[in-house]
Design a protein around this ligand. Structure first.
Ligand SMILES: C[S@@+](CC[C@H](N)C(=O)[O-])C[C@H]1O[C@@H](n2cnc3c(N)ncnc32)[C@H](O)[C@@H]1O
Length: 172
């Protein structure tokens, strides 16, 4: 089991109430996710959200694709409880699983069957070696033409760009 603090209810609630809505360009990122899915795979039938939290990304996708079903995976029970509440309008089309995506993904989906896999701010908890294994499993379960979108913290290409970004974020 990957070791994070997300099993703590106070940390999960703080993230959902105070942090999620304050992520710079969080709404723009979600919009971009939707545009990219639409462009590459305009009719996804099966979606997975890795480290779903309360289902923020899966909810947007299920709302946009009424024929889609989704599997939401998170290893935090407080997050899964919140996802059950937040996704109440989509319960017939989604399954919430308390699970660890650093363990095998093939227990959640057969090879070549998933049209769209998304993840938001979750995969950085893994080591680089675990990330490599996860990406390879993601590739295996994706259907032909399927798409994987990882919305994440990234390192800037150079210290100058990092500095520019940090200063820019202070102005918004
Ligand atoms: C910062 S929150 C992001 C939640 C949601 N994706 C969003 O965009 O708001 C990170 C989530 O990833 C989950 N997580 C981190 N590592 C995980 C793992 N190995 N397996 C399953 N869930 C994980 C945490 O429990 C937490 O709910």
């Amino acid at each position: 089991m990957a070791n994070t603090n997300w099993q703590r209810k106070d940390i999960s609630i703080h993230y959902l109430d105070e942090v999620r809505g304050a992520i710079p360009f969080g709404a723009v990122q979600a919009q971009l996710m939707l545009q990219i899915v639409d462009y590459f795979n305009a009719n996804p039938k099966k979606i997975i959200d890795l480290g779903c939290g309360n289902g923020f990304l899966a909810e947007i996708l299920l709302k946009s694709y009424p024929e889609a079903i989704a599997i939401l995976i998170d290893h935090s029970e407080p997050m899964i409880e919140n996802a059950r509440i937040n996704m109440k309008d989509y319960l017939e089309r989604c399954e919430m699983i308390n699970g660890d995506f650093s363990e095998s993904l093939t227990e959640y989906a057969d090879r070549g069957t998933v049209d769209c896999i998304v993840s938001g701010y979750a995969i950085h908890h893994l080591s680089n070696e675990q990330k490599r294994i996860l990406y390879s499993e993601i590739f295996d379960i994706l259907a032909q033409g399927g798409i994987f979108i990882n919305i994440e913290h990234v390192a800037s290409a150079t210290p100058k760009i990092e500095n520019y970004m940090m200063n820019f974020l202070l102005t918004i």
